[in-house]
Design a protein. Structure first.
Length: 278
């Protein structure tokens, strides 16, 4: 009869818990201070064997001895106890400034804190004002202008303010309108968002937004007697026959480079909410 044998199981070795040891740290700073074990023992008021036992981790100093070691050897407590130094990422200049702060008495520290808080507030205000200088908002009413057979011209409930980096075109724009269709390719493509300045007159060659009864909003180029489609596959519109009305001049399309990132937009809105003026 066959006997099924279970394989011999070899338990995984227990995970070793890392215990922080003082010895290497004490030895490191003793050597930096150019003390031998006898010198340190004399200053600590203990015998040399005690220092040797500390450095080999046979014994550990008590709290009072640890305090004296830190003072004699200038050992940072965080290093002695294996605690991460929250100042380890500071530059040398930042550490000097921190040392200056620690060297002040209490009134001096309070004065410095008040000054630093005021300076920090001024820096933040400058950031907000810079945001207002670099960016502006333009209405996006959710309207579309057809580059084809006409588009819905009603305002949409999702109307919003669009934040853009400022430029002559952006600061002159009254509204952002979305292109719908291909009749103005290759200059404007379906889905492009264009900057529009409201006006009542356009010159030959201008690209404009028009409202045509029965068609809604359209984007076309002004020609001699018609509204011209740049794409030859699409018909022109004859404004006198179709009753087209000028809405505004197209100043250009919005590119990715014109749109601030989310953090920059947040700073702009904070400046607006705080009522800052340029």
């Amino acid at each position: 009869m066959a006997i099924n044998k279970f394989p011999t199981l070899h338990p995984e070795p227990a995970e070793r818990k890392e215990i922080h040891l003082f010895g290497n740290v004490i030895r490191k700073y003793r050597v930096q201070c150019k003390y031998n074990q006898r010198d340190l023992a004399k200053r600590m008021g203990v015998n040399q064997n005690t220092i040797c036992n500390w450095e080999t981790d046979k014994n550990q100093p008590d709290a009072q001895a640890l305090r004296r070691l830190c003072m004699l050897l200038d050992i940072p407590p965080y290093e002695l106890f294996g605690i991460a130094d929250k100042y380890s990422g500071l530059s040398e200049r930042e550490r000097r400034l921190l040392d200056c702060y620690h060297s002040l008495d209490i009134p001096g520290r309070e004065d410095l804190e008040t000054f630093a808080e005021a300076m920090s507030g001024n820096v933040h205000k400058r950031r907000l004002r810079m945001a207002l200088e670099r960016m502006t908002s333009v209405n996006d009413l959710g309207r579309a202008a057809a580059a084809g057979d006409g588009a819905d011209w009603e305002d949409h409930p999702e109307s919003e303010q669009c934040i853009l980096f400022d430029s002559r075109a952006v600061s002159s724009a009254d509204e952002i309108i979305t292109v719908c269709g291909q009749s103005m390719e290759p200059q404007f493509h379906d889905g492009d968002r264009v900057l529009v300045q409201y006006c009542s007159e356009l010159s030959y060659g201008d690209i404009g937004i028009f409202h045509v009864p029965g068609m809604g909003g359209v984007i076309k180029q002004v020609a001699h007697d018609r509204l011209h489609s740049l794409n030859p596959d699409y018909d022109d519109i004859f404004p006198y026959e179709d009753g087209a009305k000028i809405i505004g001049r197209v100043l250009g399309r919005i590119t990715d480079e014109m749109i601030p990132d989310q953090d920059e937009q947040a700073i702009y809105w904070e400046a607006q909410e705080n009522g800052l003026q340029l």
